[in-house]
Design a protein around this ligand. Structure first.
Ligand code: ARG
Length: 724
């Protein structure tokens, strides 16, 4: 009875505001206007200005974007110490690992600042301010423009706004479209370029549960790692130098030792990368039929090949472990997404919304009909056209451009080949290109295994050849097929025997004085160049035109939806800009008769422990701490809580985001979503969608009791001690 009642209440809330409050990735700039009252009603004890204020320090100053937004991190000390996820720091941990110093397996801890490790290319950006520049942008556009001239025009408008906004500063500006191109916002960033590795637990803690538990609750993963921002002595961003100093940020988060109760207010801030919440039923249907199964099929093959190499050789394991993890992450995501879309009948939901929209259009005046009358039909025909090319497009992305690395290395030389083909080309220019190519190749070779890559080339090229309509493929692939009678292993053997790209010595020798003949005769270059040329000449224009039609239709549809529901609070799709999501700590019912509690404990790690399964090995030291109940100040009623769930609305890019309580203090680090709601990037299911977080006290317990890195604990500001 009670349950049913709750559902009714939720449903009526959904219909009043469009959706329940826990859905939504809100722009910090607009919190005051749209969310503050709602947040406070839900228990938030601060104000919108405490989150976003451009004149005083606010929570936004403690949340950073890593790189271009692959993850989020939060500042937790005066000395620029950052917390993020283990899977966010995994790439740099892997880069520093060798068979002798295997930080991936054993973890890494800096007990002094001198021991921290530098990471070329890793950046951390603070958000300085956001500005609504919609009027400025829209007044320079008009509805009759073609999409091509619109995007060219937008580029010049953006460039000017970005330049003006950052003049005489060391900031960078980015104008982003919001609400599918109906609004535009400027984001100004301060980017730091010396970000060092401070600590990471062993994979048996940071990735406990591995791919089996990935995207699932209940979870017991200690998914955290630590970095530190350094700057020049003048306090300004600088690339790595030994005498750079720790950066003193405007704000760092307090760490709550007080824990949480069910229904407690919980909030995340971070950089969600991409959602498709306004996708039409036609888009959902294509995702189910084509996109997801294609990506899964290709990745299944890739993973099997890589695993074979990793299992046989420790050095190959270290080289491929991060590549394997990122490939498998979205392999499993797409399996779950497809299942979720089907199980939750998302296509039907979308059709119902479209029906409502069509009815609204038809009930309107001539102007409304004229503006919106065609948009649904346009979507239908767009997706019909798209389906013809979608398979080939997914294959190019997954199996070719991100397939065998010998092809990626060779493809990087396409520009060089073009320059060499120009009569009277400048030697300086060639040299410059060669230097860049060498640098990029060195990064690839560091984690390269010839045997594995050879199998990837044979396996993925065969799949591409077999599955993609032949008339969409480069003719050269037909020639290869007949020459080798469909034996791609033989083809790969020959490519690897003759190509310079699988041998750094040969390739670097070529780069020291590049010549067109060597390049054009290289079998890897020949293959990828044929594919690439076929793509640029015939298919890129088609893909661009499909994308433009989609953009136009999306823009129009969302404009219409907002007009149709003038009182509903809409939020824009995620696009790697800072968002706030608020809700509460909350359990859920996963399926009939299955109720999931809102937190897990160290007991569960011991229950899952399996020394014969790489994913579930428990380090002896952790077991010893557990046996002695040596929990220090980190236990909650005698137990170490490992992970907990909230109904915050997050997605990829949010990884590492702070989870804060009503006072803005850190209670956890967000790291995943749950299996029952994997279609969440397309449709948020209020009943099922949860955000999985590592409990901050588990993080502290590992740093302190497991790693003995008390130096790091001392730097942080711990508040609200729990009395056990
Ligand atoms: N699903 C997590 C995310 O996308 C990543 C977890 C990484 N772990 C793994 N086993 N691949 O944020």
């Amino acid at each position: 009875m009670k349950k049913r009642l709750l559902i009714l209440v939720l449903v009526s809330m959904v219909s009043l505001t469009g959706f329940a409050y826990d859905e939504g990735m809100w722009l910090p700039l607009l919190l005051k206007k749209y969310n503050e009252a709602d947040m406070q009603a839900k228990g938030f004890r601060l104000t919108a200005e405490d989150i976003y204020d451009i004149n005083h320090s606010s929570l936004k100053d403690a949340v950073v974007r890593l790189g271009g937004g692959f993850c989020t991190a939060e500042v937790v000390s005066e000395d620029g110490l950052l917390l993020t996820n283990h899977h966010c720091g995994f790439g740099v941990v892997q880069q520093h690992s060798t068979v002798e110093h295997d930080y991936v397996t054993n973890g890494f801890w800096a007990y002094t600042k001198e021991q921290e490790l530098d990471n070329e290319g890793l950046t951390a950006s603070f958000l300085v301010r956001i500005e609504d520049v919609t009027d400025q942008v829209l007044k320079q556009l008009d509805d009759t423009m073609s999409e091509t001239s619109r995007s060219a025009k937008l580029k010049t408008i953006f460039d000017k706004i970005q330049k003006d906004a950052t003049k005489d500063t060391d900031y960078t500006g980015e104008v982003k479209n919001m609400f599918n191109g109906n609004e535009y916002y400027l984001f100004v960033y301060h980017t730091f370029k010396d970000v060092r590795l401070v600590g990471a637990p062993p994979s048996s803690i940071g990735k406990f549960g591995g791919d089996t538990d990935n995207w699932m609750w209940p979870r017991h993963t200690g998914d955290f790692s630590m970095l530190r921002i350094y700057c020049g002595k003048d306090g300004k961003p600088a690339t790595y130098a030994k005498d750079n100093v720790p950066y003193h940020p405007k704000k760092h988060l307090n760490i709550s030792m007080g824990g949480y109760q069910p229904k407690d207010y919980a909030m995340t801030m971070g950089y969600p990368a991409r959602t498709d919440r306004y996708l039409t039923s036609y888009g959902v249907s294509m995702a189910i039929d084509q996109t997801a199964p294609t990506i899964v099929k290709i990745r299944t093959k890739k993973l099997a090949i890589i695993k074979e190499g990793m299992d046989g050789d420790k050095a190959v394991h270290i080289k491929y472990v991060a590549k394997y993890a990122s490939t498998s992450n979205y392999w499993k995501y797409y399996i779950g997404q497809r299942k979720g879309l089907l199980r939750l009948k998302v296509e039907d939901q979308k059709q119902a919304e479209e029906k409502e929209f069509a009815a609204w259009v038809n009930s309107g005046d001539a102007k409304r009909k004229e503006k919106y009358g065609k948009v649904l039909g346009d979507f239908e025909s767009l997706y019909k056209d798209w389906r013809t090319y979608n398979l080939g497009r997914q294959y190019l992305n997954e199996a070719i451009f991100q397939g065998a690395e010998i092809l990626s290395l060779a493809m990087q030389c396409q520009g060089l080949a073009d320059s060499l083909a120009v009569k009277g080309h400048k030697e300086d220019n060639i040299k410059e290109q060669a230097t860049k190519l060498r640098k990029s190749a060195a990064g690839i070779y560091k984690n390269y295994d010839v045997m594995t890559d050879k199998k990837l080339l044979a396996g993925l090229l065969k799949m591409y050849r077999d599955d993609v309509p032949k008339d969409q493929q480069a003719d050269y692939l037909g020639e290869i097929e007949s020459k080798y009678k469909g034996d791609y292993k033989k083809f790969a053997e020959e490519v690897f025997a003759k190509s310079m790209f699988c041998d750094s010595v040969k390739y670097f020798k070529f780069l020291s004085s590049p010549d067109a003949k060597t390049l054009n005769n290289d079998p890897a270059f020949k293959t990828i160049s044929a594919i690439y040329k076929n793509y640029t000449a015939k298919y890129r224009p088609i893909f661009t035109s499909l994308d433009q039609r989609l953009e136009k239709d999306n823009r129009l549809l969302l404009a219409g939806l907002r007009e149709m529901k003038p009182t509903k609070k809409f939020y824009p799709n995620a696009n790697s800009t800072m968002r706030v999501s608020y809700g509460s700590v909350l359990d859920y019912n996963g399926a009939d008769a299955i109720h999931y509690n809102y937190y897990t404990t160290l007991d569960g790690i011991m229950e899952k422990a399996d020394s014969t399964n790489e994913e579930f090995i428990v380090p002896a030291k952790l077991k010893a701490l557990y046996d002695k109940k040596d929990y220090g100040r980190y236990a909650d009623n005698g137990k170490i809580r490992t992970c907990f769930i909230t109904n915050n609305d997050i997605t990829g890019g949010n990884s590492g985001s702070p989870v804060m309580n009503a006072k803005g203090d850190l209670i956890g680090i967000a790291f995943d979503g749950n299996w029952e709601a994997m279609s969440g990037d397309i449709a948020f299911d209020t009943e099922l969608k949860r955000c999985i977080n590592v409990d901050i006290r588990y993080v502290l317990f590992i740093i302190d009791k497991y790693a003995g890195a008390t130096n790091l604990i001392k730097e942080m500001t711990l508040v609200d001690e729990i009395k056990n």
